[in-house]
Design a protein around this ligand. Structure first.
Ligand code: ADP
Ligand code: MG
Length: 373
């Protein structure tokens, strides 16, 4: 019998908007069998945000509440996976493994004892689904000398690299990460800065959390930047945006309340949304022009931010004519499932004992990535 190539990838990104799970056939050509997302309930999301803003080292000294949250998140993930399997009517025994990223709570790669903390205990997921589960990917990268992020460049290279075309993959989640696939230049991925996080926080602030994000960018589109350019420039002059590669970011460094502080009431909701969108667009565009210079570059967007039409329009308007925006669907995968597919693929690599090379992007020596439960 032909060996099954079925793997599940699951994660919740820094936006903490939903848990995504998808089943893939990771044969020669990757096929999406099906996917399911579950919106993270507000009470769970509030706890995630509370812990994400904590300055305490939760990795070395987790609280009882955090351990409960870890278990709770693992249960939510397991339920989602079990639902996905029943929806697709797939025999569980055919599924080789689950690659589970979990939900990031803290990511501190630059401190003396660096760590990256995710909740959603993979051991519980393996027990509740009865499927082999691979997790703790970022920890493995840090243990091998890396900064724990981004992990996606290895997968982006595998499926999107072409010797003939210059390509850049831009994943706009809570944070934005960019992968440069330019033949002749080092293949490298990094976080350019905010993705949707500042826009989301702004919307949540002005709507008292009734809305979570700026649908299609319609709020920002009506705003004016006129009186906010100083704030935008000052934010973008902070050290992170001047650093060289590789670099990775944590959501704690992008805080709408800090940016708006006493001036919140001086400007309208639309203007603030517009300013947060501009910061996001400019930080992406500047990194492209700094690190992805070439005559002709194809840009592929993925992640929820690619649905923010106004953000994408601003990026397009700010970029020079060397850059052309293309649709990732043309390369064969739904742009919303690229990250889930990354973790399914990483679990396959781990099970097959194949090393992952993320030296350029994270500084880690090529190594087995993840822990099997
Ligand atoms: N229709 C939309 N219009 C604008 N932004 C959207 C839309 N749908 C999703 N988003 C944005 O995408 C985010 C989720 O994207 P996702 O790729 O899941 O990020 P993460 O990996 O951080 O979870 C949401 O928080 C929201 O900001
Ligand atoms: Mg998400």
């Amino acid at each position: 019998m032909k060996e099954s190539n079925l793997y599940i990838g699951t994660l919740s990104g820094t936006s903490a908007d939903s848990i995504d799970a998808a089943l893939f056939d990771l044969g020669k050509k990757i096929k999406v069998i099906g996917s399911l997302s579950k919106k993270i309930p507000q009470n769970l999301k509030s706890k995630i945000i509370k812990f994400s803003n904590s300055k305490r080292n939760l990795y070395e000294r987790p609280t009882k509440e955090l351990i409960d949250l870890d278990n709770h998140f693992a249960m939510e993930t397991s339920n989602l996976i079990n639902q996905l399997i029943s929806k697709l009517k797939i025999d569980k025994n055919l599924i080789k493994a689950i690659g589970s990223h979990g939900q990031t709570i803290q990511h501190f790669p630059d401190i003396e004892n660096p760590y990256s903390l995710q909740i959603g205990c993979p051991k519980i997921i393996s027990e509740k689904t009865s499927i082999k589960t691979v997790g703790n990917f970022r920890k493995a990268n840090i243990d091998n000398g890396g900064i724990g992020a981004p992990l996606t460049p290895a997968f982006h290279k595998e499926i999107f690299f072409s010797k003939k075309v210059n390509r850049v993959i831009i994943n706009i989640g809570g944070i934005t990460n960019i992968t440069r696939l330019i033949p002749g230049k080092k293949i490298i991925g990094w976080d350019s800065g905010p993705g949707n996080c500042l826009i989301d926080q702004c919307v949540q602030e002005f709507t008292a959390k009734k809305s979570q994000f700026d649908n299609k960018g319609r709020i920002a589109e009506k705003g004016s930047l006129k009186d906010l350019t100083k704030i935008i420039d000052s934010f973008l002059s902070s050290d992170y945006f001047q650093e060289n590669l590789p670099k990775s970011q944590a959501i704690i460094n992008f805080n709408f309340k800090k940016i708006s502080r006493s001036k919140l009431k001086n400007h309208s909701f639309n203007d603030w949304a517009s300013a947060m969108t501009e910061i996001t667009a400019l930080s992406i565009v500047r990194d492209l022009e700094k690190f992805c210079k070439a005559k002709k570059v194809e840009i592929y967007f993925c992640g929820g931010g690619s649905k923010n039409n106004f953000l994408i329009k601003r990026i397009r308007d700010l970029l020079n004519e060397n850059y052309e925006i293309k649709k990732i669907n043309n390369l064969g995968i739904d742009p919303m499932l690229i990250e889930a597919c990354t973790f399914a693929w990483l679990s396959k690599k781990r099970i097959k004992k194949e090393e992952i090379n993320l030296l350029n992007s994270t500084g880690a020596k090529p190594s087995l990535l993840g822990e099997i439960f």
